[in-house]
Design a protein around this ligand. Sequence first.
Ligand code: ADP
Length: 192
Amino acid sequence: MINLILFGKPGSGKGTQAEFVKQKYDLVHISTGDVFRYNISKNTDLGVLAKSYMDKGDLVPDEVTIKMLEAEVEKFNDAKGFIFDGFPRTTTQAKILDDFLDSKRMSISMTIALEVDEGLLIDRLINRGRDSGRADDQDRSKIQNRFDEYNNKTAPLISFYKNQNKFYEIDGVGEINDISSRIFETIDNNIK
Ligand code: ADP
């Protein structure tokens, strides 16, 4: 089984690349952001709650996010593996994910980080906001808040996964296909 985490700042291309990785390795792609947005579009209780955080660029509370993630994994009992996109985003989430996978005799194979600097990301996010209407992509102060959330709460996961010898960083700038090739190469060369 291959279980991957795609890691990176908002706008670094996790969702785009997850689709290619999913196809090549026949994995189930779970994007916590997409699941939240789906719930928002259906106006579920979870959606209403998540929206109040997401629109400001804040992280949704751990307990809500973790419960949702576990329910998503449970839907795919016969999966060959998973790509986690946008999860974990805090140390608590990462620890609980390890325990949860352990209880299912699964584990994270590797974490692949897409490295892109903030200046470029701001341009990408503003463009995405114009095309998609996403509230959290339309305003520089909300985007900055998401970077702050990342730097404060998510960046510590780099050492969490480095300590487990599972952290791989790749250059997330360039042609989409070239970035995919870098990811495939990293997976093929390092998967155990
Ligand atoms: P991006 O990485 O481009 O910001 P996502 O679609 O992954 O976009 O996430 C959008 C928003 O959804 C986040 O800013 C946050 O509010 C919420 N969210 C997604 N994943 C998580 C998570 N693991 N923990 C807490 N909040 C999350």
